[in-house]
Design a protein around this ligand. Structure first.
Ligand code: ATP
Ligand code: MG
Length: 217
């Protein structure tokens, strides 16, 4: 087991959003999280990604009690172990595709030549190597999303957390992004937790977690 969230509670003001959620994820698993709008899916994913802290409950990752870490240790841990893919890819517009992919590696202290070598390798695996020197504004939505997946992969994260990664793509690009996740799992044993409204993705994932009103059912 590479991730275990135990009895997570989260409120905003007096509004209870997560009401005791526990989730375990094994290496190489593709887990989808589904549920109505407002159920708490993104809140849970952010906590699993250490972007937000629970009011109560623990998160173990790679044997580490992550919320026991200091802020500095936690941001290092996040940079090393967690890759994020969002619905809107959050690429930096003034940097090229390759530069965007390499930024997390630079933050982790990888040298430039090695980061760029690995960045190009990933862009190639994702079928967008020919766009390496383009800035996001000069790429299609599907290409930008592939670049953001490469960025999520560059530090060999323990887990990739994705929040509606195909929500912004047409059905063909969405299907090919989903196929890519499965290829990465098959080739690299990459682990994914994916919040999705896409029924096809939920159907083909290894396991689906259903959320309603801040609980898993
Ligand atoms: N920072 C915040 N402050 C106050 N309320 C919040 C905050 N973030 C989320 N909420 C509320 O928490 C509830 C759960 O939000 P969350 O984003 O987790 O839902 P979701 O399941 O991801 O929904 P969607 O499918 O629409 O993305 C919502 O009712 C939302 O309004
Ligand atoms: Mg959401």
């Amino acid at each position: 087991m590479i991730l275990k969230a135990n009895n997570i509670f989260k409120s905003y003001g007096d509004l209870a959003i997560l009401k005791g959620v526990s989730v375990s994820v094994n290496k190489g698993e593709i887990v989808s999280i589904v549920g109505a709008s407002g159920a708490g899916k993104s809140t849970l994913l952010h906590i699993m990604g250490t972007l937000d802290k629970p009011d109560k409950g623990t998160l173990m990752m790679e044997g580490q009690d992550v919320f026991a870490l200091s802020e500095k240790q936690l941001s290092d841990f996040r940079n090393k172990h967690i890759g994020f893919v969002f619905q809107f890819h959050h690429l930096l517009p003034e940097f090229t595709a390759l530069e965007n992919v390499c930024i997390p590696a630079f933050i982790a202290g990888m040298d430039k030549v090695e980061a760029e070598r690995r960045g190009m390798e990933l862009l190639d695996i994702l079928g967008v190597a020919h766009r390496a020197k383009h800035k996001p504004g000069a790429m299609s939505g599907g290409e930008q999303q592939r670049v953001s997946v490469a960025r999520a992969l560059i530090n060999n994260p323990t887990i990739i957390l994705a929040d509606e990664p195909s929500g912004n793509l047409d059905s063909e690009n969405a299907a090919s992004l989903h196929q890519l996740f499965f290829d990465l799992r098959d080739k690299m044993q990459q682990t994914f937790v994916i919040v999705t409204h896409n029924e096809e993705l939920a159907r083909i994932s290894d396991r689906t977690i259903h959320m309603r009103d801040g609980l898993i059912y």
